[in-house]
Design a protein around this ligand. Structure first.
Ligand code: SAM
Length: 229
C-alpha cells in the first residue's frame, strides 16, 4: 500500500445524499470511535498552554466540519470543569449530523466559504475534516479559517502512515465498527498528511509562523496565531 502520496478515494462521509438512517448510524459510529480514541485530547492538552489560561477563561470557537458537534460538547464540558466558558459554533456541509444536537449553535455551510464576517471567532478549529479536501481546497479552507478568526487557528487531522493504518484496521475490527465507517477510517488515513505537506499548504494559505507537530504518530496538528497576540 502506498503512503507516499495522498489517496483521492472518496469516502461514504462525502455523500451528502446518503439515506438519512444510514448517515445517522455512520455518525453515531464515528462518535463512538472518537470517544474511544479520545479525539479531543490534542485540543485540551495544548490549547491552555498555547493560548494562555487568562485567554481561555472565555472563548468563542468555530468548529469547521463539526459533524455531530461532539468535539465542542466534550471541550465545553471540560472547560466548564476548569471554570471557563467555551462557546462553540458547529459548521458542517451536511445538515444531518448537526441535527444530533439541536440545542447547540449549528450552521450549515462550506469550509471553503465560511458564512461569517472577518474576525468573528477567537479560535477556529477543525478535526478530521481537512482530509476530505483536495490540496487546493485546503489552501482556501485555511485562508477562510484565518479570515474569520481574530486570533488563533488549530487544525487536527490524521497522519498518513502504515502504523496508524494497521492500528485502525485492528481496532475497528475488534470494536465491531460498522462496515462503511471502518472502510472510511482506513481511507481517511490514506487521505491524511505528512508534516512537510502541511507546512507547504500553510505557507500557500498565508498563515505566518504556523507550527505543525505530530501527536503520538497518529495525528498532525497545525496551530497559528495572529500578530499582536
Ligand atoms: C470525518 S467527519 C469529522 C467530524 C468531526 N469533526 C470529527 O472530528 O469526527 C468530516 C466532516 O466534515 C464535513 N465536511 C466535509 N467537507 C466539508 C466542507 N467542504 N465544508 C464543511 N464541512 C465539510 C463532513 O460533512 C463531515 O461531517
Amino acid at each position: 500500500m502506498n503512503f507516499h502520496e495522498r489517496s483521492t478515494q472518496a469516502e461514504y462521509f462525502d455523500e451528502l445524499d446518503r439515506p438519512a438512517a444510514e448517515t445517522d448510524i455512520a455518525f453515531r459510529e464515528l462518535d463512538r470511535l472518537n470517544r474511544f480514541f479520545r479525539f479531543h485530547h490534542p485540543f485540551l492538552s495544548r490549547l491552555p498552554g498555547w493560548l494562555g489560561r487568562e485567554k481561555c477563561r472565555r472563548l468563542n470557537i468555530l468548529d469547521v466540519g463539526a459533524g455531530t458537534g461532539l468535539l465542542g460538547l466534550q471541550l465545553a464540558d471540560w472547560a466548564r470543569r476548569q471554570g471557563w466558558e467555551w462557546r462553540f459554533t458547529n459548521l458542517d456541509a451536511n445538515p444531518r449530523p448537526l441535527n444530533a444536537r439541536p440545542g447547540e449553535t449549528n450552521v450549515v455551510g462550506s469550509a471553503l466559504e465560511l458564512p461569517f464576517a472577518d474576525g468573528s471567532f477567537d479560535l477556529v478549529v477543525a478535526s478530521q475534516m481537512t482530509h476530505h479536501l483536495t490540496n487546493a481546497e485546503i489552501v482556501t479552507h485555511w485562508r477562510e479559517a484565518w479570515r474569520v478568526s481574530n486570533d488563533a487557528v488549530f487544525i487536527c487531522d490524521l497522519h498518513r502512515n502504515a502504523g496508524l493504518y494497521t492500528l485502525l484496521w485492528l481496532t475497528t475490527l475488534l470494536l465491531g465498527t460498522e462496515r462503511t465507517v471502518r472502510e472510511d477510517a482506513l481511507i481517511s488515513v490514506r487521505r491524511g498528511f505528512q508534516r512537510g505537506e502541511w507546512l507547504d499548504l500553510a505557507a500557500q494559505a498565508g498563515l505566518p509562523g504556523a507550527e505543525v507537530w505530530h501527536y503520538y504518530g497518529t495525528r498532525l496538528v497545525l496551530q497559528a496565531r495572529k500578530q499582536g497576540h
